[in-house]
Design a protein. Sequence first.
Length: 418
Amino acid sequence: MANIIQAVRGMNDLLPDQTSTWQAVESIIKTTLSEYAYKEIRLPLLEKTTLFSRSIGGATDIVEKEMYTFADRNGDNLTLRPEGTAGCVRAGIQNGLFHNQTQRLWYTGPMFRHERPQKGRYRQFYQTGVECFGFDGPDIDCELIALSARIWRKLGLDNVKLELNSLGSIESRTAYIKVLTAYLSDNTDELDEDSKRRLKSNPLRVLDSKNPDMQNIIERAPKLIDYLDSASLEHFNQLKKMLTSHEIEFHINPRLVRGLDYYSRTVFEWTTDQLGAQGAICAGGRFDGLVAQLGGKQVPAVGFAMGLERIIELVKINGSTMLSGHIDIYMCLLGNEAKKTGMLLAEKLRDKSLSVLAHCGDGSIKSQLKQADKSGAKVALILGEDEVGSGKIIIKPLREKKSQYSVDQKDIFSHLLP
């Protein structure tokens, strides 16, 4: 036992009793994206390291401490993607997706960050990302927020709230950072060590500190919204009016800055108080300068990413009915002739889009019915040698208080199909 190879810390297996919930949640997300006419793009797990250092920002925690980076056999520096936006932008530039056209794109899959593993924060984690390119107005910001709100309704998640802020243009944010830096420098005795480091490299991130001892100085800090340029302020005001007309409640959080350098203007997070410290389940905003920053032409852009582990944990907490796999029929088969007949019948039932779990191997009728009940199937079909000889089959309801009954095999469809 001592020589058993374990999974890498923070990279977890998803077992069969978990994947049915994942599939159900992913299906709702994909269906909703299709309703809004968004198109899927599939991106590599590996990208050149410079893609992330140029886009995310060299002074961020992700680039400084969290990326899985290595040199391949050719000596090229490669990185397992820590987030999806940079790769999506790279793919759009490389393949001409932004040339005189707009794009509504989505992707899903694993991301990788070398963080301290804890509940809701893993080293391999799954995100669904949604990105829009070529839209400058607040209407697309509103559409993305409405889209995410629709997903929460479909998942039965009513204990989430929307936090909203604006970072303004690059120019107005630069002016604000000077004011913020001066304020923090005058109060360095109140900063923790992490904030002192951020003061030199990325002062905005000081506002994102979760340290309780830092909240007083953060609360007294100058507010970014007071330094917005007129165009950004108008964009933000129009977005708020649109969200109000959609009856989407929001809370203005002046300390919401997001952790990546490429954000500008609108930023938002959907949060919950049911997951402890890891309360953000979806976050995003505008990144209007990123396409040009990575070598393309100037293209306005906005998007978000949702953390699937946290969403699924929230689904479980709220007692969703999506927690078990869907099986319609369990076939109990007794004897070789019953197995041969039953396996053929199972195929015909599957042709009618029914989910059928056929018992394989031996076992008494009692043990097979016990497994049938455990499987979650709606009904059990019982086929033994007597039934094969008579052309009959027994239907035993498992989720209703009804007695079992026998029917002709040829009539089975009329009893099982709606």
